[in-house]
Write a protein that binds this ligand. Structure first.
Ligand SMILES: [Zn+2]
Length: 281
């Protein structure tokens, strides 16, 4: 290929942020901090290794995903509990908040809603930041391990406990749907506790052993009534591989908490997008 004479000048153009967040409605973290000062646990669900479970969170409650027993990555789907077609939109969340999310950042929903489904209110791995490889924790760049990509890359291999399949079985069982009905509702995930990035030389998606340890947790405020669906990834801590039974896997604990009484007086679930929906005359 021919390198243009002004190649260096073109490459030296500085980047601009696609979506500056100075006009993004901010989470009222002072309100959430006050509301989480005295939490009362109302439910818990244990997600078995290489499997998934659904859980319900009322708007205004908190939910916490905790590492128990050993380092383990989780793949999280979120839906509006009253309309499963409104679901977490990982691509737009990435465009707004970057490749990984932590305290104060939000999980945004699909079009035509585009509102926060959940806000991260505590992250015990918030200290990790971005490491020397460009890796960070809780990514919105991966998708979810799935049997189709596994089959593609393994010359027809069949594996039934990828996160995509776990989430499909779990949603079908929880909602009383067939697996064929549930599968199209499964969507790209928040990779809880997963440490990932893109290699600087080839731009490839990489993972490395999660820094999570038992007792670490990430906590969310439910902005709407939520249906959550969490898979304990067959990759375990994702130090080596996934899409097989080779890695050591552990359960994940999901706990639901009610806020301090009266702490959310005056708070309302965020409204859906105010775009008029006409797409022009
Ligand atoms: Zn997975």
């Amino acid at each position: 290929m021919t390198r243009p004479a002004d190649a260096d000048a073109r490459r030296a153009v500085p980047p601009v942020i696609c979506y500056p967040t100075d006009t993004l409605p901010q989470a009222d973290m002072a309100l959430y901090t006050a509301a989480r000062a005295k939490l009362t646990k109302t439910a818990e669900v244990t997600v078995p290794p290489r499997d998934a479970r659904c859980f319900q969170v009322p708007a205004g409650h908190f939910f916490r995903i905790t590492s128990v027993q050993g380092a383990q990555v989780g793949d999280l789907n979120l839906h509006n509990a009253h309309d499963l077609s409104e679901r977490f939109y990982s691509g737009k969340t990435r465009a707004l908040h970057g490749t990984h999310i932590t305290t104060g950042e939000r999980m945004w929903s699909s079009f035509p809603h585009l509102r926060p489904l959940a806000t991260v209110t505590h992250d015990t791995l918030g200290w990790y930041g971005i490491d020397d490889f460009g890796g960070s924790v809780h990514d919105v760049i991966g998708t979810r391990c799935d049997p189709y990509t596994h089959t593609l890359l393994s010359d027809g291999g069949q594996y039934h406990h990828c996160c995509h399949s776990n989430l499909t079985r779990s949603l079908a069982a929880h909602m009383g749907l067939s697996r064929a009905e549930a599968e199209p509702l499964v969507h790209d995930v928040l990779n809880v506790f997963m440490c990932t990035g893109f290699t600087r030389d080839t731009g490839q998606y990489f993972m490395k052993a999660s820094p999570v340890r038992p007792g670490d947790f990430i906590e969310f405020f439910a902005e709407t009534d939520l249906l959550g669906n969490l898979s304990a990834c067959p990759g375990g801590d994702c130090a080596s591989g996934h899409s097989s039974d080779a890695a050591r896997c552990h359960p994940l604990l999901v706990e639901i908490f009610a806020p301090a009484p009266g702490a959310l007086d005056g708070w309302q679930s965020p409204a859906a997008s105010r775009y008029d929906g006409t797409h022009g005359p």
